[in-house]
Ligand binder design. Structure first.
Ligand code: GLU
Length: 261
């Protein structure tokens, strides 16, 4: 039997905090226990938020924690062509369509339902654009993103995600298409990630089915919370691993604190 493949896939838009450490250490433990591989992937498709110093910090902080991973590390911003190829396949099968609406226009045309990312369901007209018109708009340089034609697909996720955006305007790609593409390309068998991403998993599985990709096993772990019970995030400036380290924390101490010693 081939060895399982795990991955830790942070986005370099802030410093890693204890929640990331938990996820990384849990992946490492599960990989070790199953004689599996552990990959590290840098998910930097959101070029407006990713910064090189955060990429560097990911490597430093994980090494400090005592983790090691297999080379080469896949850096998503170097693989936009792979995401584009899958987007074209999905477009050719009529599963996604380009949406030319600005944020404001999409909002004005939205339905009174929000998706798990907090975005209102799209109710606009772009899904009805004939392909040749859409192609002409693209050829003229109009900015667009890609939406899943969830209602046309008749998928139960229509009620949850609506016509979700899977590749953003002003970005070569976005999280949903990139993560599905890479998990398949890298032969990932086990996706172990936080419960915060769990609502996206049915969307990822739908993309896998459409693209004929194997579905990994999914495990969504509990989130590490701060003293006030809030989930840790970069946005509430949760104590980063580097701050903890500067304050005298040790890798062993952190492993103990997280129950992964
Ligand atoms: N890059 C995502 C994040 O940092 C995680 C992706 C995943 O594990 O599927 O939130």
């Amino acid at each position: 039997m081939s060895r399982p493949v795990f991955r830790f896939a942070p986005s370099p838009n802030g410093y890693l905090h204890l929640g990331h450490a938990y996820s990384a250490l849990l992946n490492a433990r599960m990989a070790a226990e199953s004689d599996g591989h552990l990959l590290l992937r840098i998910e930097d498709t959101d070029e407006s938020r990713s910064r090189p110093e955060f990429v560097k910090a990911i490597f430093d902080d994980l090494a400090w924690l005592g983790l090691s991973w297999e080379e080469p590390v896949r850096v998503q911003s170097q693989h936009f062509a792979d995401y584009h190829a899958n987007l074209m396949r999905l477009w050719n099968m009529g599963a996604i369509y380009p949406c030319f609406c600005s944020r404001k226009q999409a909002l004005a045309r939205s339905l009174p339902v929000r998706d798990p990312d907090g975005q209102p369901h799209y109710g606009g007209a772009c899904r009805a654009l004939p392909r040749h018109e859409a192609e002409a708009l693209i050829a003229r340089g109009n900015v667009f993103g890609w939406r899943v034609g969830m209602n046309q697909l008749g998928d139960p996720q229509a009620a949850v995600w609506g016509d979700a955006m899977i590749a953003k305007r002003h970005a070569g790609s976005s999280y949903h298409i990139a993560v599905v593409t890479d998990d398949a390309l890298q032969g990932v068998t086990d996706v172990v990630r936080g419960k915060d991403i769990e609502p996206a998993t049915p969307l990822h599985m739908l993309l896998q089915r459409l693209l004929g990709l194997p579905a990994p096993r999914y495990l969504h772990h509990d989130l590490v919370r701060d003293a006030e019970g809030r989930k840790l995030s970069k946005s509430i400036a949760s104590t980063s691993l580097r701050q903890l380290r500067a304050a005298g924390a040790t890798p062993d101490g952190i492993r103990h604190q997280l129950g992964l010693a």
